[in-house]
Design a protein around this ligand. Sequence first.
Ligand SMILES: Cc1cc2nc3c(=O)[nH]c(=O)nc-3n(C[C@H](O)[C@H](O)[C@H](O)COP(=O)(O)OP(=O)(O)OC[C@H]3O[C@@H](n4cnc5c(N)ncnc54)[C@H](O)[C@@H]3O)c2cc1C
Length: 258
Amino acid sequence: MIRLFRSRELPGETQAPVIEQVRHELRMRRLRVKDRQQLTPNMIRIVLEGDDLKGFTSQSPDDHVKVFLPQVSGEPAKRDYTPRRFDAQNNELTLDFAVHDAGPATAWAMLAQPGDWIDIGGPRASQKISGDIRHWLLIGDETALPAIARRIEELGNDDQVTALVSIAEDGDQQTFSSRAVLDSHWLTRESSARTDAIIEHLNSLALPPQTFCWIAGESSMVRSVRQYLLNERGISKPWIKASGYWKEGHADSAEHNL
Ligand SMILES: Cc1cc2nc3c(=O)[nH]c(=O)nc-3n(C[C@H](O)[C@H](O)[C@H](O)COP(=O)(O)OP(=O)(O)OC[C@H]3O[C@@H](n4cnc5c(N)ncnc54)[C@H](O)[C@@H]3O)c2cc1C
C-alpha cells in the first residue's frame, strides 16, 4: 500500500484526506458482450460476462480497466474505462462508453453485439480516499460520469455530496440511487462551453469546510477548474484530486493526478 498524499498535521488541525494506492495483480481477461444498451442519447452501456472475471476487484469508484480494441492492422488500441458496476455472483462487469465523433473505443461500443469478445486488463491499482471529509464535490463531463455515479452510490448515510456534470444535452442526465444527501447539477453544453459553464456554476455554490473536490474529464477543463478551486476558492491541494480523462484533439491522452 503506498500513501500518495498527506498534508503536514498540526495538533488540533483537521487532517487532510489521505489517498492510498492499493495495487492489484495485473490480469488480462477475455470477456463476452452480454448486453448493449443505449443508456442515454450519448452514453452506451455494455455488460461483459465471463469466467475470466473470477477474482476481479475494483476497490475505488475511480478505478479503470484497459480495454483492448482490435485494429485492422497492427497492435490493438488501448483505452481506459471505469468499472461502473461489478457483479461478482454472476461474473458481470458493466462499462459505460460516452459516445463522441471518432475513436476505436467509441466505434467498438457503437457496433458491439451480444456474443462479441473483448480483452480487458486491470484494474492495476485502486486509489482509496479517506479522511475527515464532510462534503464531496464531484465535477466532470460524461467520461467521468461512471466514476461520479459509483462514488455517489457508494457513499454512506451521513455523507453530503454535490455533483456538477457537463453533458451534451438534457437527455444525458442520469438518476442515482444513494444513501447520501445528494445535490446534482447538470450543465448542458447546448448553451455554454464546458469549462465556462462549470466555473460559472461553481461561483454560485458554497463550499463548506472539509469539502473534498474530485475533478475528471477533458484535460484543459480539469486544469482550469483545479486552478479556480485553488486560487479563487482557497481549497488546499490535498483536498483536490484532478485527472485528465481525455484531451481535445489527442487520442489516448489520459493525464492522471494533475
Ligand atoms: C481513469 C479513466 C477512466 C475513464 N473512464 C471512462 C468511462 O468510464 N467512460 C468513458 O466514456 N470514458 C472514460 N474515460 C475516457 C476515455 O478513455 C477517453 O475518452 C478515450 O480517449 C476514448 O477513446 P476513443 O477510442 O473513443 O477516442 P480516442 O481515439 O482516444 O480519441 C479520438 C479523438 O476523440 C477525442 N475524444 C476522446 N474522448 C472524447 C470525448 N469523450 N468527447 C469528445 N471527444 C473525445 C480525442 O481528443 C481525439 O481527438 C476514462 C479515462 C480515464 C483516464
